[in-house]
Write a protein that binds this ligand. Structure first.
Ligand code: GLV
Ligand code: MN
Ligand code: MN
Ligand code: MN
Length: 404
């Protein structure tokens, strides 16, 4: 087994890697994404799996004929800007390696097993995370998905069409969903909980509610040298107060809030900006605290905008309520993985396709220890032995779920 994961990884990990910075730029429907999808298709076919693309562009590789009760596992191959190697790809290469391991053991599934690759999990190109799984489950309207645009104004509909997905057919796919008996996602941990617990593999208990909001502060562009302070309508000022409000709100609600993406127009050193557009990512342990946090940030943004003579428009781009994974499945998986000492159960602040699927089908997640906890950055890492422990854990879970 160890060799098959390593072989898979040596084919996958160079794809979309920025050699200068070491991070990944694998955005949906770009050449790097196409290359990663082609890698998956070839590796799955080499294992005798039948590969198909669903109507939303997600890939499925079947071991056995598709039928209700299937055990489905997988993750995503897209990345955030300058992302790490494991977020997503670990769950795809790990799933193929788990299939190899089961075959090596001579295991014959009594139910079909499928390995999936979900599109646009990160929302890095089109703004809404987990778009492939949201479309599949009907959590986003197809009209809205079609109209989502990237930074250059290219819509999801046109980018998907160029990749061979008919945008008129995207949307909820109840027949395909009805095939899934159980979904299991293997993922790198994006924090240090397992490192602190001295455990190589853990199980997800919950996903924090999370969402994205866009705030547009519109003022008046003017000369940086000649415009008196009293005459300015500078959108940078309410924006700056909003950044601090995100921090103070997160502290007040034991939550997290981040402004990691900003566009300044016209972006000149010697001009007051005409507009600052910022994206807020906020996550909290409970739905009610997330709402309170976002309301606090919006309230500060409104107040400060009025004070500085700036117009504010605020939009919710996505919102995922709290996900609590089914406890009986979670405990079954923790027992399989941990043996005598069940694997630890963790809540996570990261979003996952498993979190979206959990609203529709029985779902579980496995995490592999991340020694530094760093993720969404090139420094994301995992020990080889822990990756292999994750693959064995996934294979054991698949064998249990797809066995007699
Ligand atoms: C996706 O990985 C997210 O949680 O932002
Ligand atoms: Mn991610
Ligand atoms: Mn991920
Ligand atoms: Mn994610």
């Amino acid at each position: 087994m160890s060799t098959t994961f390593d072989e898979l990884w040596s084919g996958l990990h160079p794809i979309g890697r920025n050699r200068a910075g070491g991070g990944y730029r694998r955005f949906s429907w770009t050449p790097a994404d196409a290359e990663a999808r082609a890698w998956f298709t070839a590796e799955a076919r080499a294992r005798g799996l039948r590969v198909e693309t669903d109507r939303n562009g997600n890939l499925w590789a079947w071991w056995g004929e598709p039928a209700p009760g299937a055990v489905v596992t997988g993750s995503h191959l897209d990345s955030v800007p300058d992302g790490g190697p494991f977020d997503g790809p670990l769950g795809v290469a790990g799933a193929l390696a788990a299939v190899d391991l089961l075959k090596e053991r001579g295991f014959t599934p009594s139910r079909p097993i499928a390995v999936t690759v979900f599109v646009e999990e990160e929302g890095a190109r089109f703004g809404v995370p987990c778009l492939g799984s949201r479309l599949l489950t009907g959590a986003i309207a197809p009209e809205r998905a079609r109209g989502l645009a990237d930074a250059d104004g290219v819509t999801w509909a046109s980018a998907a069409a160029r990749a061979g997905v008919d945008p008129e057919r995207i949307g909820a796919d109840p027949e395909r969903l009805a095939l899934i008996g159980t979904f299991v996602e293997l993922h790198i941990e994006q924090g240090r909980a397992l490192a602190g617990l001295d455990a190589p593999v853990g199980v997800a208990g919950a996903v924090w509610p999370h969402g994205r909001w866009r705030l547009d502060f519109t003022g008046q562009a003017d000369h940086a040298g000649t415009t008196r302070l009293a005459d300015r309508n500078d959108p940078m000022l309410p924006f700056a107060e909003t950044v601090l409000a995100a921090r103070s709100g997160a502290e007040a609600y034991d939550a997290v809030a981040t402004i990691g993406r900003v566009q300044v127009t016209p972006n000149g050193t010697n001009a007051i900006p005409s507009r600052v557009r910022a994206w807020l990512d906020a996550r909290a342990p409970e739905d009610v605290t997330l709402r309170a946090l976002v309301e606090h940030v919006n309230e500060v943004a409104r107040r400060s905008s009025v004070q500085h003579g700036v117009a504010l428009a605020s939009y919710q781009e996505s919102l995922t309520p709290i996900v609590k994974f089914q406890t009986d499945l979670r405990d079954r998986v923790a027992a399989i993985v941990g043996g005598a000492r069940p694997a630890p159960v963790l809540a996570t602040g990261a979003g996952h396709d498993a979190g979206v699927l959990a609203a529709a089908v029985p779902t579980a997640m496995l995490f592999v220890r991340n020694p530094t906890g760093v993720s969404h950055a090139p420094e994301e890492s995992a020990e080889r032995a822990d990756v292999h422990a994750g693959v064995v854990a996934l294979a054991d879970v698949l064998a249990d779920l797809a066995g007699t």
